[in-house]
Design a protein around this ligand. Sequence first.
Ligand code: HEC
Length: 102
Amino acid sequence: MKPAFKITLVLLLLIGYCHACGLGGSKNDYQPPFADGALIYRQACADCHEGAHNIAPNLRNQGLTSEKVQRLVRRGKGKMPRFPNLTGDSLNAVGDFVAELK
Ligand code: HEC
């Protein structure tokens, strides 16, 4: 094995390990079908944030800004997982939707 190849292999293993150990809490691999905030909220958020499970704070009328919601979704917090597949338009859409929830 060439040294450069060995180094690459070790680096790949390290990256894989860090990914698996889930730096910064748990993650949720939900894939948005398209950038529809209401749909994403219903599929990925409502289970915890309202309804039967009810393990998370209600997001209605909280005066949340879209930016704050998006930050939570990117980073996760406490028992809330982060959502690495919610990015770009999908992340904007769900952020805007939750900020407007009444
Ligand atoms: C597995 C359950 C779970 C799921 C799924 C989940 N959340 Fe959460 N969320 C939580 C919990 C628990 C908290 C409270 C975290 C804390 O303060 O420790 C929270 C907190 C939040 C907050 C902060 C509320 C505030 O007033 O500060 C926002 C915003 C939020 N979640 C948005 C979302 C969005 C948007 C989604 C969907 C993409 C989502 N959450 C999915 C469990 C969840």
